[in-house]
Design a protein around this ligand. Structure first.
Ligand SMILES: Cc1cc2nc3c(=O)[nH]c(=O)nc-3n(C[C@H](O)[C@H](O)[C@H](O)COP(=O)(O)OP(=O)(O)OC[C@H]3O[C@@H](n4cnc5c(N)ncnc54)[C@H](O)[C@@H]3O)c2cc1C
Ligand code: SF4
Length: 468
């Protein structure tokens, strides 16, 4: 077997092939194509297998990173998958959308020399390699404990809880409000960044383990948490942060002004752009302005572009402060999204039929740092910019939907509409109810939602094990 260790430091991070911008700007297929085997092995062999692997300390789910990388270097892909899946049940998803540059890769010892290991790409490689082998084997399952758990919402927090609890022998049912499982992974993040087949595969795997899936079921409307507590021993709430924020400026109720959630759901979940194959048409807009600078804004702008629009991001700070992943900012730039920095919308202007036709913006400059540590944008007096548009997508943030809080007496809800829980266990103020993911933290990341799901599953298992 080849020597997995490099002879001397190799700081040349291997690139991942991508669809060329002029091609991908016209399709919804995945942009990044993944490492071929030889490149993955070369990249893995750069890892120096640190005795104190700083990369692992920054991973919210504590994956044995050097362990799975060593397996790739030795071309033992089966071994790598098994190490990876020991701590991460959704590696194909995390390998694509986790902010690795802010977590494991930022902590890699080689970062100071500019040659940090491409941990995310290697994770994706192993997950895709496993998928290419065909049908997943079902692990040996323990005998049933007879205990029943209801999980609210079908996003990554809930999928993690469901996987961990079913593997501990408990019966698990997931109740999802939409007609498909996956949460933001299905309705939010577009196909060109996260192919839906990957999410569906993970969900089907859980189903094959015996997790029961109930869709079109809105907890708090179809049945309340209290109703479910009559049938189930414990409940995990992973209902996410799906309530969109608006700017509350004049003209926001004009036709053609969307929330990011609505815009992306029409495309991703309802496949509006494939009308008449799907019976849910979307309007093809010529000029779209997206407000915001996070991953959600990038996803909206790049989707609009693919539908043939001139697509423009309006962001009130400068490029340096954009909160989106750098990779996605660069992808958007390469594809031709126009960026208007230091620009704050102040008014939407409508036509005689009630459709938005222009957006008026205040030009800004950067002042002193604010509470977030970023330099605060302040208006430049008299500097106004106007853009003609026929659609606006507001991607400035989300908070948890208030429904479950409003219909569950005794559940403590924080100022931002989040469910308050014990940090270490995810236990809420209500007996037998746990919560985790965006519904607790507000809009965050897939890996943090999964980490919270894992913690809650441990605590739920402990509780269920204490029952007669
Ligand atoms: C467009 C977009 C792009 C993003 N990009 C990234 C990225 O690149 N990297 C990253 O790490 N994170 C990204 N995120 C954030 C990430 O997707 C979320 O942090 C993560 O999905 C949260 O997981 P969750 O399980 O808590 O909730 P969600 O994924 O929101 O899932 C919650 C589920 O609960 C369901 N639900 C809600 N209320 C009820 C109810 N009453 N009854 C039944 N079901 C209910 C919802 O329909 C939903 O399916 C992005 C988010 C968006 C919107
Ligand atoms: S810190 Fe970097 S070099 Fe060290 S084990 Fe982790 S990935 Fe490998």
């Amino acid at each position: 077997m080849a020597d997995p260790q490099p002879k001397k430091l190799d700081l040349h991070r291997r690139e991942m092939p991508k669809q060329p911008p002029e091609v991908r700007q016209h399709n919804f297929s995945e942009v990044a194509l993944g490492y071929p085997i030889e490149t993955a092995v070369e990249e893995a062999r750069r890892c120096i297998q640190c005795k104190k692997p700083t990369c692992v300390f920054e991973c919210p789910v504590e994956i044995d990173i050097p362990g799975f990388i060593k397996c790739i270097a030795q071309q033992d892909f089966t071994g790598g998958v098994s190490i990876l899946k020991n701590k991460n049940c959704l590696p194909a998803i995390c390998g694509r959308v986790c902010p690795q540059e802010e977590q494991c890769e930022k902590a890699c010892v080689l970062v100071k020399k500019g040659g940090q290991i491409a941990i995310g790409r290697l994770e994706r490689f192993l997950a895709d390699w496993e998928a290419a082998q065909g049908v997943l084997g079902i692990p040996a399952m323990p005998p049933s404990t007879g205990k029943r758990v209801a999980v609210v919402g079908g996003g990554p927090a809930s999928l993690t809880v469901a996987g961990d609890l079913i593997k501990s022998g408990h019966q698990v049912t997931i109740f999802e409000a939409l007609h498909k499982m996956g949460g933001v992974l299905i309705y939010g993040i577009p196909e060109f960044r996260l192919p839906k087949a990957i999410v569906t595969r993970e969900v089907e795997f859980l189903q094959s383990l015996g997790v029961e899936l109930v869709t079109d079921f809105v907890v708090g409307k179809t049945r309340s948490i209290d109703d479910l507590l009559e049938e189930y021993d414990a409940i995990f709430v992973g209902s996410g942060a799906g309530l969109p924020w608006f700017m509350e400026i004049p003209g926001e109720n004009l036709n053609g002004v969307y929330s990011a959630n609505e815009y992306l759901t029409r495309l991703n979940l309802m496949k509006g752009f494939l009308f008449p194959k799907y019976h849910t048409p979307v309007k093809f807009h010529k000029r779209v302005v997206v407000i915001g600078g996070g991953n959600v804004a990038m996803d909206c702008a790049r989707s609009a572009l693919r539908l043939g629009a001139e697509s423009r991001i309006v962001y009130r700070r400068s490029r340096q402060e954009l909160p989106a992943r750098l990779e996605e900012i660069e992808n958007a730039e390469e594809e031709g999204v126009i960026f208007e920095y230091l620009t704050l919308p102040i008014r939407y202007i409508g036509d005689e039929n009630g459709w938005v036709k222009a957006i008026e913006c205040q030009k800004m400059e950067l002042g002193e740092p604010d509470a977030s540590g970023r330099r605060k944008p302040v208006p430049i007096e008299g500097a106004i910019a106007t853009f003609e548009v026929d659609a606006v997508v507001c991607a400035i943030g989300n908070s948890p939907n208030p429904l479950i809080g409003a219909t569950t007496p005794g559940l403590t809800i924080g100022k931002k509409g989040n469910i308050e829980v014990d940090e270490a266990t995810g236990k809420s103020s209500r007996d037998r109810v746990w919560a985790g993911g965006d519904v607790v933290t507000g809009a965050a990341t897939v890996i943090l939602a999964m980490g919270a799901g894992r913690q809650a599953a441990k605590s739920i298992h402990q509780y269920l094990s204490s029952l007669p």
